[in-house]
Design a protein around this ligand. Structure first.
Ligand code: ADP
Length: 477
């Protein structure tokens, strides 16, 4: 099949989270199966220079963004069987981070229109356009409402993947005439409207031929008011075209046997390297080097979503146990400062590195015994899968993708690949946390068995790519 993947971020060029990882891995996995796959994404000046140097300038043109005539340059790079098209416009994407600007609506309006309008000029006309999150969610709308008269586009099917429904792209309704150059009909008749805004994600949900989320449980959860962020009713109305496919992790990037970020390596048959990495990690964080004490890691954005308010509310209790905890993350200042406070209070037990650091992330995944991820909601989550692949047993809230990926420890069968709790409150977290810490101290044999189960669970993209392919094909049935 011929598939065009439209995305705001994509590893290894630039990423801020899970979307970037998926955009990096899924197209490559599909290409490896022999499909023709291209990815279209913005050209940011912070793309590493080796990639910039390898790009070819394909063509440039001007498009209308409402009344503005804007430059679009298209750069091309072929990497591991996938063609990447970069959309260049200095004003919108140059010298910037990806998100968080007053003109985000305009930037993505520009991007979506550049994709659709210039599609005919690429040497690649796709059968399926796979759009992701609100940034590219207006593409199905544009195909059906603005450029429906282009014959070459009429056969194209679209899939929208929702990676996180919290971010919806709610914009001033005037964007329709001002930026998209269309009338207000679809706002006034309610189609694109949520509250008093045009909602990009809602447009994608209603106009895409199919919608999926990144785990089966999350696909169910977002149809309820508790998880739908206001779009649950819209999602219930399209439940027939809504499904869930779990993300995978890229085994070429995440492999304890040859991870370039690590100074020592290990495998499921020989975990001695993991023990040495634990000692190194303790040393690098300035913690006592103790092989026995359960070492718990956290690598995360520090936001409400990730459950850190709950965790902060019981830090004295969590650190009262005989454990060490290391945290790596950045995010909301209150949460960062909360953790800084507890670092000061428990200097020999708790260390918080408030930073984004890919090397240190790998050192934590590899060197810890346990990985704490008490998310309030979690569309899929990659961190728990990476942790398991490195033999680090996750402690998770049974929600979304965490529920679908972590088989919880059963005291009866002594099987499992992690620990989980149902109720998102201190009693819930306490239950799973104590279970994990006690087992580390008391039953090393079971922990070892669980580590092996975790490390051999198949989280590879190959399997997931096949599921996506079946979904693409179903659009033509
Ligand atoms: P989300 O996309 O919601 O942030 P995921 O678990 O799906 O959460 O993906 C997070 C990804 O970002 C993982 O690869 C994780 O290792 C990485 N990550 C998060 N915070 C940091 C950090 N401070 N330093 C390095 N990597 C990080």
């Amino acid at each position: 099949m011929k598939i065009l993947f439209a995305t705001a971020e994509c590893a290894p060029f630039f990423k801020t989270g899970g979307l970037g990882d998926v955009a990096g891995a899924l197209p490559q996995a599909l290409a490896a199966e022999g499909h023709e796959v291209a990815v279209i994404l913005p050209y940011l000046t912070k793309i590493p220079s080796e990639f910039q140097a390898a790009m070819e300038d394909l063509f440039y043109d001007f498009i209308q963004v409402g009344w503005r005539r804007q430059y679009v340059g298209i750069k091309k790079l072929v990497r591991q069987g996938v063609t990447y098209y970069f959309v260049d416009n200095e004003d919108y994407f140059g010298q910037r981070e990806l998100y968080g600007y007053y003109d985000d609506g305009e930037r993505w309006a520009f991007f979506c229109q550049a994709v659709v309008q210039l599609l005919e000029r690429f040497d690649f006309l796709p059968e399926v356009i796979h759009v992701n999150d609100f940034h590219t969610a207006m593409i199905p709308f544009l195909l059906k409402e603005k450029w429906h008269w282009v014959q070459a586009y009429q056969k194209i099917k679209t899939l929208l993947t929702i990676h996180n429904i919290e971010f919806q792209g709610a914009m001033d309704p005037q964007v329709l005439p001002e930026l998209f150059g269309v009338g207000m009909e679809r706002y006034t008749d309610g189609t694109l409207r949520m509250g008093d805004a045009v909602n990009f994600l809602k447009a994608g949900i209603l106009y895409a031929d199919a919608v999926n989320t990144v785990s089966p449980t999350y696909a169910e959860e977002i149809q309820t008011p508790a998880f739908g962020w206001g779009l649950d009713g819209v999602l219930r109305s399209v439940s027939g075209k809504l499904s869930g496919i779990l993300n995978g992790i890229d085994y070429q990037v995440y492999n304890p046997a040859d991870d370039p970020y690590l100074t020592d390596h290990f495998s499921v048959d020989d975990l001695t390297g993991k023990a040495r990495l634990k000692a190194q990690l303790q040393k690098s964080f300035g913690l006592p080097q103790d092989a026995q004490v359960p070492l718990i890691g956290i690598v995360s954005r520090l936001t409400e979503q990730k459950g850190f308010r709950l965790m902060l509310s019981m830090m004295d209790e969590l650190l009262g146990a005989d454990v060490q905890v290391v945290l790596l993350g950045t995010g909301m200042p209150e949460i960062e400062n909360g953790f800084r406070y507890y670092e000061g209070r428990y200097p020999s037990k708790f260390k918080a590195d408030i930073a984004f650091n890919l090397r240190r992330a790998q050192e934590i995944y590899a060197g810890c015994d346990l990985f704490l991820m008490p998310s309030a909601f979690e569309p899929c989550g990659l961190s728990q899968m990476i942790a398991m692949h490195y033999g680090t047993l996750p402690i998770v809230h049974e929600v979304g993708g965490l529920k679908d990926t972590v088989e919880p420890y059963s005291p009866i069968t002594k099987r499992g690949a992690g620990f989980s709790f149902k109720d998102f409150n201190p009693e819930g977290l306490r239950y799973a946390y104590q279970q994990a810490v006690n087992l580390c101290w008391q039953d090393h044999e079971t922990i070892l068995k669980m580590q092996k189960q975790a490390m051999t669970t198949d989280f590879s993209w190959e399997k997931k790519a096949t599921e996506y392919l079946t979904l693409y094909q179903s659009l033509f049935a």
